[in-house]
Ligand binder design. Structure first.
Ligand code: SF4
Length: 349
């Protein structure tokens, strides 16, 4: 795919294009780029220039990516959980179907850094057919998460071909699309795309914004097109050191998402992906942010803080500790730290 085909202008794919950004060592970027792909859409590059570090860290290769001795290549054990190429069947009723190996921006913290944007992620008509066949013969799967890479990097016609075939499987109830396009390339969301998706309801979209600076008028317009097509929008944010690991940033982000008709869904503890150690926060950081959110902002603005267990164990929610004791009374602390008790009895008729 050419630089300008779907990326809305000339994307940054060569370290030399970063020469004018202060503080960037082109030689070091090139070393990282030799191992991990780089693409920054023209739109996101402009945003990055305006807002600096928090956005640059997400998109510009960092030498620290090469000095991560503890990280795991495939932290969620996706390859072992794939009965056919590019389809992960981890939970009984859900499947993750990877249909694109490209993204508008290759996020430096990506969980699938091992393959997204590289030649080792082979997606073609044959892998798509194998995925569809598996979904057809596995009626326990009710919910299909179409992801990648970014599925919205596919042309409308190709995407429609895949989605309509998933929709035609009687046992599939919901189709979810995981995409960062409303954040990284909002002009890709067109009335035509929204109309095509609308034909295949129930469709849900989980998008991915990490910083309030990403909530631009263009992003809001893209989300409005999708919401007006009746698509419920959620956001999966990753907690990233030096990008959004503060209560003020997360609070602004969550409220800003609601303003764009996007419901905060997950706040993820970063995965143990090799090459991303410099982004990880301690778990206590996320718990502290959740403690400060709960009770002080609208429940609509509160995501579930979760960790995806290494080795394919699945997501677990991590909540601040409120419960003190459960017996004949249920003892707990309120969000303000005040002790409280609730009688834990059932009265017989
Ligand atoms: S958009 Fe998603 S799949 Fe693509 S690089 Fe970013 S995190 Fe990874």
């Amino acid at each position: 795919m050419s630089n300008t085909h779907i990326t809305g202008g000339t994307a940054i794919t060569n370290p030399e294009q970063l020469r004018n950004i202060p503080g960037i060592d082109i030689r070091q970027v090139a070393e990282v780029h030799a191992k991990y792909p780089m693409r920054i859409s023209a739109y996101y590059a402009e945003l990055m220039r305006k807002h600096g570090q928090a956005l640059q860290k997400q998109a510009i290769p960092d030498p620290l990516e090469l000095y991560d001795s503890d990280g795991m290549i495939d932290p969620l054990d996706e390859e072992n959980l794939s009965p056919v190429p590019n389809l992960v069947h981890k939970y009984p009723d859900r499947a993750l179907f990877l249909v694109s190996n490209e993204c508008a921006v290759y996020c430096r913290f990506c969980t699938r850094k091992r393959k997204v944007g590289t030649s080792s992620m082979v997606i073609n008509d044959d892998t798509i057919r194998q995925g569809l066949d598996y979904l057809k013969k596995t009626p326990a799967i009710k919910d299909v998460l179409i992801s990648g890479g970014d599925p919205l990097m596919l042309p409308d016609r190709k995407l429609e071909e895949i989605i309509s075939q998933v929709r035609a499987i009687p046992s599939v109830i919901t189709i979810r699309i995981g995409t960062r396009i409303p954040c990284t390339l909002p002009s890709r969301i067109t009335p035509e795309l929204a109309a095509m998706l609308k034909k295949n309801h129930p469709i849900y979209i989980n998008t991915h914004f990490n910083h309030p600076a990403e909530l631009t008028p263009e992003a809001a317009h893209a989300c409005a097109l999708l919401a007006d097509a009746g698509i419920p929008l959620g956001c999966q944010t990753v907690l990233l050191r030096g990008v959004n690991d503060s209560i003020d940033i997360i609070r602004d982000l969550m409220y800003g998402l609601l303003r764009m008709r996007v419901k905060p869904y997950y706040l993820f503890q970063a995965d143990l992906t090799k090459g991303t150690a410099h982004f990880r926060t301690k778990v206590e950081k996320g718990i502290s942010i959740m403690e400060q959110l709960i009770g002080s902002v609208s429940g609509m603005a509160i995501p579930t803080f979760a960790l995806d267990a290494p080795g394919g164990g699945g997501k677990i929610p991590i909540t601040p500790e409120y419960i003190q004791h459960i017996g004949e009374s249920f003892d707990f602390t309120t969000y303000k730290g005040k002790k409280c008790s609730y009688p834990n009895v059932e009265i017989n008729d």
